[in-house]
Design a protein around this ligand. Sequence first.
Ligand SMILES: *Cc1c(COP(=O)(O)O)cnc(C)c1O
Length: 372
Amino acid sequence: MIDYLDLKKINHSFEPELSETVGRIVRSGWYLLGEENKGFEREFADYCGTAGCVAVGNGLDALTLIFMAYCSLGLMQPGDEVIVPANTYIASILAVQRAGLKPVLCEPEWETCNIDPERIEALITEKTKAILVVHLYGRACHMPKIKSLAAKYALKIVEDCAQAHGARDGGVRVGALGDAAGFSFYPGKNLGALGDAGAVTSDDEALIDRVRVLSNYGSSKKYVHPFRGVNSRMDELQAAVLRLKLKRLDQDNEKRKQVALRYLQGIRPSSGLCLPAFDDPEAHVFHIFTVFCAQRDALQAFLKERGIQTLIHYPIPPHRQDSMTEFAACSLPITERIHREELSLPISPEMSEEDIRCVIDAINEFLDQVAF
Ligand SMILES: *Cc1c(COP(=O)(O)O)cnc(C)c1O
């Protein structure tokens, strides 16, 4: 059986340091807002190339807190619009809504699956305050056109970096490509904790300060609450684990790229299967290795029969979810095609050569059998 992602194996590769770290935090008697938190914030800001970082409870909260902070600072107000890619994980859209703002869905490019810069301008209204870019599947959005639109219309650029830790565009890492960025360290992400965790990065000191205050009950100092905040803090345990794992992030991303290269070289070209472009090696950290196939469900069943586990990211687009009826009338053909045809192959830094070979052979066998 080839797992989609073997988290046990991944975390085992950090032993014995990982268990030593957990034990050290247990014995320390200090579990929130301590030295590990401060250390992680400093190290992660340095890694991304930003002045500031706030460690928070999860990725959804990181994104929500950015928009809450902009509202709290008077830069956005309820009902303002944020342009969001239509094909993303639901969290990107929920974050905008939770802050009282209105997501406006934008079609992606078929080639990159990221927001299509050419379609953004037509969606800008007097209420538009921000563009939320999502570096989906681990591929950094190409920013120049988006940046010039943001400058032209005085919009903030917020990044959803939950899938792209370490990816770069033009030599700059995600997290430092816009005005503020949200990260998730959900266990399966390229940088994963032993539970939920997230972070906000930014060069904007006022934004960082407000996110910090809002994430801790709106408290400026203990028992003084000038703002209505939430409770979204990163545990010392998670901060310590992430500091350990951050040291190996670049190396692990490199291993993911090697797996991706093997797939790209080994899977034979076919009109029936679309593989991800890998034209800019720094831009993609392959959180997800996507293939697109009109006979996706047959391919998934075929691989399953051969003991290969795959996933679909994602089976139902946000605008077709029952919780998002305001988008029911939207027609988003590119987004819908992505959701209809996408299949995610196993990929991880710990994947063996034998497993990679097995996946390649099975896909080539499927392509031989099926007429497109
Ligand atoms: C994982 C993910 C999130 C949310 O992160 P959580 O830590 O699970 O809240 C947000 N956006 C995208 C694109 C994600 O993949």
